[in-house]
Structures are given as structure tokens and as C-alpha cells.
Design a protein around this ligand. Structure first.
Ligand SMILES: [Zn+2]
Length: 254
């Protein structure tokens, strides 16, 4: 046993060296090819820089919608953009020029940046249960668009929203009671729904949630002359969107 042990070790070492050489050879060739192309081809899937003022200025509301739609397709296909986050953090510290502001529910199943495959410096995100607006969120949107140059406001509701269900159920609990009064108008305008108008009915909850998105957009236009003027001039667009919990798809309600 003692005599054969060094022989076994030697055999392992030789095997390791041989396999290492054979594995290294193609890698070297691949590396050479990459180097040859590196000057002309930057991988589109790797981001190391945040949006610049010039890049933001060149965007239009419609081009931003398309960017978000394309990002959602990548999210659904699990084909995320690679991001050098430490480099992005460093770059973003110099300033921010985000392309959009998204108002979403707080729901943990709707990770806003992820569902659009966006990273640091790309979008402003405001979140509140039931994605409604109040003075503070309107102020945040005005800051995003008027001060920081974002081109698009997205109000994004989602399937099976607990805040919508609680509003339908008239829940009374602590500060939730007052919060739900902001969503209540969507339940009121949804009384034309044909069928069971309870939180148990998935279709009714969906109907109310979509009306809530519409109401929120109307409230933005009614209570923010600043944003309405920007929208009327075509400087920004204010659009609704709906996130499907089962598929990960965002549908734009244009
Ligand atoms: Zn929700």
C-alpha cells in the first residue's frame, strides 16, 4: 500500500496537468478571438455606466416605454442584463438622469427594477400599497420629471392586490383605514361590473385594480398642473401598466 500511494498521487498529478492543458488550449483561442473583437464589440448585456444627461435628453416618452417593454421581455425570459454594480454605484454618485418614474404597490412580488430589467440610476420608484397618489407622491413625480428630466410616468397596478381586496372588503384597521379611502373611488366606479362584486372574485379585483390605475392617472392630471402641462406639451407621457403575478408580464394600458 505504501509503495503504490506515491504512484497514485503521481498519476493524479499527471492527469490533472493533462486535463488542465487540454482545457486551457481552447480557452486561450477563445480569449484571442475576444481580444480581436474587443475594440469594436461591447457586449450589450454588460452595463458599467449610468445614464448621462445627454442620453436622457435624447430619449422620448415613447422610446422609454419601448425600453421598459424590452426589459420586461428579458425579465420574463430570465435574460437579465449583466451589471457591474460597484462601477455603477461609483458612476451614479456623480449625478442621476433617470428615464422614468414608476409608481407601484409595495407588494413584495413586484420588484420594480427587476421586472423592467433596469439598474442603478435608471428609474425613480415610488411605492405605496394600492399605488395611489397623494401630495407627497405628486411632489416626488414633479421632482422626477420637472427637475430631474424623466420622460415617463408609469402607474403600475398588479394582479391579486391585497390593498384592492382590503378596500373592497371595507377593512378597518389602524392607519390602513385612512389609507384605503384613497383607493375607495376605484371601487365606487367599478359598480357597473357584471358578476360577483367581492374580493373573492379574481375578475372583479382585477377590474377594480385597473380602474384604480386609471383613477390615479386622472388624479395626477387633476392635482398637478405641472405634470399636466408637461404631458400636454408632449414632454412626458403618463401611462398605466398592469403586472401579471403569474407570468411576470407587464401590460401597458395605453
Ligand atoms: Zn398591491
Amino acid at each position: 500500500m505504501k509503495k503504490t500511494f506515491p504512484a497514485i498521487i503521481a498519476a493524479i498529478i499527471i492527469t490533472a496537468i493533462t486535463s488542465c492543458q487540454s482545457a486551457t488550449q481552447p480557452k486561450t483561442q477563445a480569449a484571442d478571438t475576444t481580444t480581436a473583437n474587443a475594440a469594436t464589440v461591447t457586449p450589450a448585456h454588460l452595463e458599467e455606466k449610468v445614464l448621462t444627461a445627454e442620453e436622457q435628453k435624447a430619449l422620448t416618452p415613447d422610446s422609454v416605454i419601448q425600453i421598459l417593454k424590452d426589459g420586461n421581455k428579458r425579465f420574463m425570459n430570465n435574460n437579465f442584463t449583466s451589471r457591474d454594480n460597484p462601477a455603477l454605484v461609483k458612476d451614479a454618485a456623480k449625478g442621476q438622469y433617470p428615464m422614468a418614474v414608476v409608481l407601484s404597490c409595495i407588494d413584495s412580488r413586484v420588484p420594480v427594477e427587476d421586472v423592467f430589467d433596469r439598474g442603478i440610476g435608471d428609474i425613480f420608484v415610488a411605492r405605496v400599497a394600492g399605488n395611489f397618489v397623494n401630495e407627497d407622491i405628486l411632489g416626488s413625480m414633479e421632482y422626477s420629471c420637472k427637475v430631474s428630466g424623466a420622460k415617463l410616468i408609469v402607474v403600475m397596478g398588479h394582479e391579486s392586490c391585497g390593498a384592492i381586496k382590503a378596500t373592497i372588503d371595507n377593512v378597518k384597521l389602524g392607519n390602513i383605514t385612512a389609507m384605503l379611502t384613497k383607493i375607495k373611488p376605484a371601487v365606487v366606479v367599478s359598480q357597473d361590473f357584471k358578476g360577483d362584486k367581492t374580493s373573492k372574485n379574481h375578475d372583479f379585483v382585477d377590474y377594480v385594480a385597473k380602474n384604480n390605475v386609471k383613477n390615479t392617472i386622472e388624479t395626477i392630471k387633476a392635482k398637478s398642473p405641472t405634470l399636466k402641462e408637461m404631458a400636454d406639451k408632449g414632454e412626458i407621457k403618463i401611462v398605466g401598466a398592469y403586472y401579471n403575478l403569474n407570468t411576470g408580464e407587464v401590460t401597458f394600458l395605453e
